[in-house]
Design a protein around this ligand. Structure first.
Ligand SMILES: Nc1ncnc2c1ncn2[C@@H]1O[C@H](COP(=O)(O)OP(=O)(O)OP(=O)(O)O)[C@@H](O)[C@H]1O
Length: 753
């Protein structure tokens, strides 16, 4: 770092921070200078012996220093004094070893901004200035059964121009994500609040169709198909989102460029992975997340906590990537929670929030000076980011601390209001960018740009084909899942076959109950395997789909139909295998027509169960929730399926539930297929009760014909064809319901500002 500073020494104009920000307490440790060679402004934080001494002195006599600071800055009010060193023991925010020197680089082209990339010469992307003024957001909440309004953002302003990285920092609950979402024109489904203020893109109100084309939003969660490689993941995003006017070759070139720009070349052919499948590292996955958004070559990139969950090395790498993006004339806005000092130094602009108020907005390098000027000098041994977070966080450990921190936050908010009066943060666009850029911007604002761009860049059919291919590929690569399904099918079919071995072979009335039990159990078995095949996979996939839909990659209908068509053959093959083993081991009715109807019934029942699982998964937030909800449907279907409880045993007011039991239709169809038109045991004819209920001596029931069996189980209500038809209707109906739920639970856009 020292060498780097040395290189530019001849071109450097030293500006003492004291002359810019008077009365900064530890000013001797901070120097701002203009680096004319690099065209940048840098700030050096250094720990001089004097500064160290002053800091040591204050530690040795904190009470005295507290009094002095109160007298100097806060009219003697000691509550407003903040000494992070007193928090050290409890918060652990102090850096292990003081860094002697950090260099902050603003807007620069220096080494820390990475290698030049394809984007430097891209002529299709125009610079974008984002300005927001007095942005407020509030929601209605119910507290103690009283409806009340909760203000979340309380009048925030700022502006970011191309080439800059704006970091939105603040304690948890400060409003970072809410602001980021508002700036990106998105709100979470829960966020139906009211917004006011103004958000301008290139000096004009946003046209949301254009805005979505020029901006990208990188979510905090890295949701992907684990068994696709990095290249496949980014390629699919490119194929879905790039316009049809680009050739396939151009799209693939774009993918290569993005992979190169994000430093993903060495892991391009590695699976993205998840907790179970070995894949790329956390930092690489985050960059893949950025990459899938970057294929559209956006001018404006929003990122929600891009470094969260990463170790410090990977976090640093991701930040480096953002700087590279900014360098190619993009505007980058990211929320960041607790960055380490080297990451903090990479920000151009800092927006520090607390309780929805602005504590600071401006160059990140000036933040230490600003807070120093109002009585909150950052001790030299502290990471400024940690210091700011401690300074603006509500301390809720006891009422006294809570009051004191509230008072401090309100003080800081007022000081910044005053500061903002003197130095408006939002200026005229022409003050920010050159005339040439302004001319380009006019075409980029979205207003007056003629025909609104289509919602999707590819046709429904193309989306279907691409998503079908992805589903097939992902399915083929889910080796463990496929082996488990196959194993489960083979093992269960053999076990069930052994239990009911040759029961049907005799064609005897005495085996009717055993066969009915076998039939019902086989259907339950296939229902469960259909349900669990969906329950534990679909909610995870749904997160990927929600992300892709939010970026307008495809219509949910294209996804849903592609998934259905891709997965049905696998399901059919497994059901066929199960049917072959059980049919012949149990020795069911002879004849190809009966065999194929048996296969078809089992398949339809399993598909209906999958439909229920899709509905549950579309409602539930995660697999655990889905697992908890689904028994309601399954157990009800089993109870009213016609095997466990006879119709006359169901209370009249619950009788309607039997119509909802898909197992009832499946059971009726499979039993009709087995028994309809069959003679069983002529000697039983005399023992059948007048009311149609079979009877017999001892435990065994006696049935002369198959029809008596069907009557006994009350399965003659509908014909075999009608039962099959109902199952088919349920399959289509359940899928339409889950499609409708998915559609309704789609991304929510806020187009108010
Ligand atoms: N729709 C809503 N209804 C009620 N409260 C809300 C709603 N949206 C946000 N909030 C509240 O507003 C505050 C700010 O939320 P936000 O998610 O923006 O915070 P944040 O700074 O991003 O926090 P974190 O770092 O923990 O993600 C929180 O107290 C949150 O509970």
């Amino acid at each position: 770092m020292a060498d780097q500073q040395h290189q530019h020494d001849e071109d450097v104009t030293i500006v003492d921070v004291d002359s810019v920000v008077p009365s900064r307490p530890s000013a001797s440790s901070v120097t701002t200078y203009e680096d004319s060679a690099a065209g940048t402004k840098r700030t050096t934080f250094s720990t001089t012996p004097e500064a160290r001494q002053s800091s040591n002195t204050s530690v040795s006599n904190p009470q005295q220093e507290r009094k002095e600071a109160a007298a100097r800055y806060f009219d003697g009010d000691e509550d407003l004094v903040f000494d992070p060193r007193l928090l050290e023991a409890s918060t652990g925010s102090m850096l292990g070893g003081a860094k002697n020197e950090h260099v902050v680089e603003m807007n620069g082209d220096g080494g820390s901004h990475g290698q030049p990339s394809f984007a430097d010469v891209d002529s299709t992307r125009h610079p974008t200035v984002l300005q927001f003024s007095d942005v407020k957001y509030e929601v209605d909440v119910t507290v103690n059964k009283q409806k009340t309004v909760k203000p979340i953002l309380k009048g925030l302003s700022g502006q970011v121009k191309p080439g800059q990285v704006l970091a939105i920092m603040g304690a948890s609950g400060a409003g970072k994500t809410t602001l980021l979402n508002m700036l990106a024109g998105r709100l979470s489904a829960a966020g139906h609040g009211r917004s006011s203020g103004s958000i301008l893109v290139n000096g004009q109100k946003r046209n949301f169709n254009t805005f979505r084309q020029i901006s990208a939003y990188v979510l905090q969660q890295d949701s992907f198909f684990a068994t696709l490689t990095v290249r496949e993941t980014i390629t699919l995003s490119a194929m879905l989102r790039l316009p049809a006017s680009m050739t396939q070759e151009e799209k693939l070139m774009r993918v290569d460029s993005v992979i190169a720009e994000l430093g993903l070349a060495k892991c391009a052919d590695t699976f993205v992975g998840n907790e179970l499948i070995r894949g790329v590292s956390g930092g690489e996955k985050k960059r893949v997340n950025v990459g899938t958004e970057l294929v559209t070559n956006p001018s404006l990139v929003f990122l929600d906590e891009p470094t969260s969950g990463l170790d410090s090395f990977n976090a640093q790498n991701v930040m480096q990537t953002l700087l590279t993006l900014a360098k190619s004339n993009r505007t980058i806005i990211a929320t960041i929670h607790q960055p380490r000092s080297s990451i903090f130094q990479m920000f151009d602009l800092l927006l520090l929030l607390s309780e929805g108020h602005t504590m600071y907005f401006g160059p990140a390098a000036d933040a230490v000076g600003y807070f120093g000027s109002i009585g909150y000098g950052c001790p030299d041994e502290f990471n400024p980011a940690d210091y700011f977070l401690d300074l603006v966080s509500l301390d809720q450990r006891n009422p006294r601390a809570l009051d004191a921190t509230r008072k401090r936050i309100s003080f800081l908010s007022e000081r910044f209001e005053e500061h903002q009066q003197r130095h408006p943060v939002v200026t005229d666009v022409s003050d920010v960018i050159s005339q040439h850029e302004k001319d380009l911007l006019a075409s980029n604002s979205g207003e007056g740009s003629g025909r609104a761009p289509a919602k999707y860049n590819t046709s429904f059919l193309r989306q279907f084909v691409l998503l079908y291919q992805r589903s097939l590929k992902a399915m083929a690569r889910e080796k463990i899942d496929n082996i488990a399904r196959l194993g489960q099918t083979v093992v269960f079919s053999i076990i069930l076959g052994i239990i009911w071995l040759n029961e049907g072979g005799s064609g005897d009335s005495s085996s009717v109950q055993a066969i009915a039990g076998a039939m019902f159990f086989l259907l339950i078995n296939q229902s469960f395997s259909g349900i669990f095949g969906i329950l534990f996979i679909f909610p995870v996939e749904r997160a990927v789909v929600l992300k892709e839909r939010a970026s307008r990659s495809y219509h949910v209908g294209a996804y849903f139909s592609a998934k259905t068509v891709a997965e049905m053959p696998r399901s059919f093959l497994l059901n066929l295998l199960f049917s072959i083993v059980t049919y012949f081991m149990v020795g069911l009715r002879g004849g190809a027509d009966h065999f194929f109807l048996y296969v078809l019934t089992i398949f339809l029942v399993s598909q209906t169960a999958e439909g229920i699982a899709l509905i549950v998964s579309a409602i539930a937030d995660d697999p655990q929730q889905a697992g908890a909800i689904s028994p309601i449907f399954i157990v009800t279907s089993m109870l009213f399926g016609g095997f466990f409880i006879g119709v006359d045993q169901i209370p009249a007011w619950l009788a309607w539930l039997k119509h909802l039991s898909f197992l009832k239709y499946g059971f009726a169809a499979i039993m009709q297929n087995e028994f309809e038109g069959r003679m069983l045991d002529a000697s039983c004819a005399t023992t059948v009760a007048v009311n149609g209920t079979a009877s017999g001596a001892g435990d065994d029931l006696c049935f002369a014909t198959g029809e008596e069996v069907l009557d006994f189980y009350n399965l003659s209500e509908l014909s075999l064809g009608a039962n099959m038809g109902v199952l088919l209707g349920l399959i289509v109906g359940f899928r339409l319901i889950s499609y409708w739920i998915l559609r309704r639970n789609g991304p929510v856009y806020d187009t108010a500002l």
